[in-house]
Design a protein around this ligand. Structure first.
Ligand code: NAG
Ligand code: NAG
Ligand code: NAG
Length: 467
């Protein structure tokens, strides 16, 4: 579930750090003092009585210095909003979105970008990682900031919500979907941005970010029908959590599983149902693994549990029967996309997936697309035949940018279409000269990932190299 492009992340960040130290030799004293971790930052605490506010209500706001290691052509205006959203059981919770506004921003539209933070600790919140002076524990959020930057250069205001909510619950799609939708409501009503009334919105995300995006699209017709959604872009979608568990287990990516256990059993997710089961069936060794995932971000999670199996009775007493436990099975099913016809997106959707995705099953995404198409959705589905999970987010980027532009113009086709692309490299000027520097960095990242993620799959030891 991840754009865990660990090699690419390292490469891009090292490059950015190098650029930063050369290009902007600012004295260290000019940096603001350390930003507090979300767990001790009062900004994340909602005011008394917030529960009675409507979902999407802004509860607090602040401007931040966003860090892009000095690479932004113009320092981008950035704000954070604490807003009211909804837990799986319907109670009120509050979370934060970060909004980046370019100088030349189009005022009738914005993008909601669900970054793949794929972790279950609040220190991995994108709202924390985006700030100047924070430790880059959440490397995934940092690399996706490069993609966000591309949209900013194109003149879009971009909002990126902490859609996992106040418990940092990785995995429960319904929670994430509501987090995205209420984040959109908050941004749309945030006067400082000068957006027009009921602005147009396109929501997007890859991998863990497409859990949030796929569910936002699914829930929007009923949960937030008033929003002016023009489209959704979801790549590498974990449409079926059960399928993802089975595929990612016992691989370099098994570390996502304990993080998802922590996320699914969070109080704002399915804690009331799952916590008693997890405490009963997880062994002391299994509890240790789960506790570690509750305090670490994605890269460390992957390191801690690489090539291990959550179905091992060393970790939990049900062994391979884990996912058949009735409560667990029911929770996973509730978080499988395209099961209920009345949860079909009504805005056009661009879905893309690597046929050889090594983490998120392609067949599960195809099943989702087929159901949505049978139920009348407008879906453009592109299969990337020469990519792995990590490389495909990069390779498909130009197609995603074009879909976004078409969606805002109302030019996407209706009905369903399927096509296959053989691309495995980017053309640096595919999106015009303005974006050439960013595409060049992405191309460098691709060469480090290896074709079809070859390097990622073959060299898990790279995960242990820190920046
Ligand atoms: C999800 O995947 C599981 C495990 O492979 C499968 O049994 C189930 O039918 C799938 N669910 C849907 C709705 O496709
Ligand atoms: C409902 O969700 C709230 C908010 O996360 C949580 O505090 C509470 O424990 C949940 N209650 C039940 C019964 O699940
Ligand atoms: C989902 O993926 C799992 C794991 O690869 C596979 O066993 C299952 O058949 C898939 N289900 C559907 C409906 O595609």
């Amino acid at each position: 579930m991840a754009l865990s492009i660990v090699r690419m992340v390292r490469f891009v960040l090292v490059g950015l750090l190098a650029f930063f130290s050369i290009a902007s030799a600012r004295p260290a004293s000019r940096f603001p003092r350390a930003v507090p971790n979300p767990s001790s930052d009062p900004f994340y605490q909602p005011p008394a009585g917030y529960e009675s506010k409507a979902p999407g209500t802004i509860l607090a706001q602040r401007s931040i210095s966003s860090a892009f290691f000095g690479i932004l052509p113009n320092p981008v205006e950035a704000h954070q909003l604490l807003y009211r959203t909804t837990a799986v059981n319907g109670s009120a919770i509050a979370t934060v979105t970060t909004v980046f506004k370019p100088k030349n921003a189009k005022s009738d539209r914005f993008i909601s970008f669900a970054t793949a933070y794929d972790s279950s600790a609040v220190k991995c919140n994108p709202s924390y990682a985006y700030q100047l002076g924070t430790p880059q524990d959440s490397l995934i959020a940092s690399v996706e900031l490069l993609l966000i930057e591309a949209y900013i250069i194109l003149g879009y205001t971009v909002a990126s919500p902490d859609y996992e909510g106040p418990d940092a619950a990785f995995g429960p799609g319904r929670l994430a979907g509501m987090g995205v939708l209420d984040g959109i409501r908050a941004v749309a009503s945030f006067k400082t941005l000068g957006l027009s009334e009921n602005p147009m919105v396109v929501g997007m995300g890859y991998s863990g970010g497409s859990i949030a995006t796929g569910w936002a699209g699914s829930l929007q017709p009923k949960y937030a029908p008033e929003l002016n959604i023009k489209g959704w872009v979801q790549g590498g979608t974990p449409a079926n959590v059960t399928g993802t568990f089975l595929t990612a287990d016992n691989t370099a990516f098994s570390g996502f599983l304990p993080a998802a256990v922590v996320g699914l059993k969070a109080p704002s997710a399915y804690g009331a149902q799952l916590e008693p089961i997890v405490s009963k069936i997880f062994t002391p060794e299994g509890q240790k693994v789960v506790n570690a995932a509750a305090t670490n971000c994605a890269v460390q999670d992957l390191l801690n549990f690489a090539e291990k199996s959550l179905f091992d009775t060393k970790y939990q007493s049900l062994g391979t029967g884990l996912l058949n436990e009735p409560t667990i099975q029911s929770v996973l099913k509730q978080n499988t996309m395209a099961v209920n016809q009345d949860e079909t997106p009504t805005a056009p959707v661009f879905v893309y997936h690597a046929s050889q995705d090594e983490i998120i099953p392609y067949a599960n995404a195809t099943a989702m697309v087929n159901s949505w198409c049978n139920w009348g959705a407008d879906v453009k589905f592109t299969t990337y035949a020469n990519g792995g999970h990590a490389t495909t987010e990069v390779i498909a980027f130009p197609e995603a940018v074009r879909f976004v532009s078409d969606a805002f113009e109302g030019k996407t086709a209706s009905g369903c279409s399927k096509n296959t692309k053989l691309d495995f490299i980017l053309n640096p000027i595919a999106l015009g000269v303005e974006l050439e520097p960013i595409l060049t960095k992405l191309i460098d990242g691709l060469s480090h990932l290896g074709q079809k993620d070859a390097n990622v799959k073959n060299d898990v030891s790279v995960l242990s190299n820190t920046l």
